[in-house]
Design a protein around this ligand. Structure first.
Ligand code: GN1
Ligand code: MG
Length: 350
């Protein structure tokens, strides 16, 4: 059996209980219960991550750097097999094993603005403690992952090739994405600004990627496969996308999609407390735009996937990715409507 082979590599009891864990869309994750200690086992999705060894190398680079520069930081990296490997290759698949942080918990949804504050602080802290790390040393684990203009081009290509019935069902979403093309232009402008530098960015700030302690304080960030050179707006924007609204991206009751202003101020406060002296003035000025880029991009990604027969995210029911795209479009509408009110609630430097 697959699990037996894996467990044996680590010197664990091959009969240890291995149970599905978490709700990630991309990798397979399990919790491994061994005597005395628990672990998280993950199979890397090779359709998405073409080179698992690149991820492994990144994690090792960061681990070595932080163990010297910030030894007190809780950096969760894969443990080694009996052979000393942090990545295992079995039957054409790749796996890693992480220590399970006992007493920690992750959330599937945010209930309070304090949680948003704590999470924003953790993602900011991660970029901050790596601010002096030579970012170009990191491998790019998914090329053009948050390249909005490329995502837009892929979307227009998907529109040209989509099956007629899907194209018809998606027509309102497609029209909205096209109407908002201005967002791609703003993105272009800021990419060409030398004052928007490449940093070590997490690129997947959903709340389930933060570990909390039993006092509800943030401990650290996890799910580091998309950690690579990137721009501040990816993390800030993905927090806007996933923290401001009480409904999740899976919700189909679109009436529930509203913006919680106090969560916006909490993200701002938490992020700025750590990254306030690192970010440039130009980055700070684009704080609100971050949300536009990333909500828009996620809408495009779900919609493109729907038009391409769900080949990336998969679908649990018919129309799943169209619903996800609609959800993100409603969220973007609400976010744009709230712009003035949100900007008035924080003091963004001019
Ligand atoms: C994917 O695997 P998961 O759920 O952590 C995706 C993110 C999306 C997210 C949407 C590598 O993240 O970019 O924002 O789904 N990760 C990848 O839920 O595509
Ligand atoms: Mg993830």
């Amino acid at each position: 059996m697959m699990f037996e082979k894996i467990l044996t590599r680590y010197g664990f009891d091959p009969g240890a209980a291995v149970l599905p864990f978490g709700d990630g869309l991309i990798n397979h994750t399990w919790k491994v219960h061994t005597e005395g200690k628990n672990y998280i086992l993950q199979q890397v999705n090779q359709h998405v991550f073409k080179s698992p060894a690149d991820i492994d190398q990144n994690l090792n680079l960061l681990k070595n750097y932080l163990s010297k520069a910030k030894p007190e930081y809780l950096f969760i990296s894969p443990i080694a097999t009996l052979n000393g490997d942090s990545l295992v290759h079995i039957d054409a698949r790749y796996y890693r094993m992480f220590p399970f942080v006992e007493g920690s918990k992750s959330l599937n949804a945010l209930k309070s603005a304090d949680e948003a504050y704590e999470a924003a602080k953790q993602f900011a802290k991660f970029s901050k403690i790596l601010a002096d790390f030579e970012v170009t040393k990191l491998n790019i684990t998914i090329p053009d992952f948050h390249n909005l203009s490329l995502r837009y081009d892929q979307f227009t290509a998907a529109c040209r090739q989509a099956p007629a019935d899907r194209l018809f069902q998606a027509k309102d979403c497609i029209a909205f994405i096209n109407e908002q093309q201005e967002i791609v232009h703003t993105y272009f402008q800021i990419l060409n600004d030398v004052n928007i530098p490449l940093r070590v960015i997490h690129h997947d700030t959903k709340i389930s990627n933060v570990l909390f302690d039993n006092q509800a304080k943030g401990l650290c960030v996890i799910d580091l496969d998309t950690v690579m050179p990137g721009y501040f707006f990816s993390d800030v924007g993905d927090m806007m996308r996933t923290y401001l609204c009480g409904a999740t991206e899976e919700d189909t009751d679109f009436e529930k999609i509203t913006i919680r202003k106090d969560f916006f101020t909490a993200v701002y406060r938490g992020y700025m407390e750590e990254m306030g002296d690192v970010l440039t003035l130009q980055e700070k000025r684009h704080f609100f735009n971050s949300g536009k880029f990333i909500i828009y991009m996620q809408g495009i990604r779900f919609l493109t996937d729907f038009l391409q027969n769900d080949c990336y995210y998969g679908a649990k029911y018919e129309g799943h990715n169209l619903n996800r795209a609609t959800n993100q479009i409603v969220l973007l509408r609400q976010y744009l409507n709230a712009e003035k009110e949100l900007l008035e609630s924080v003091t963004i430097p001019r």
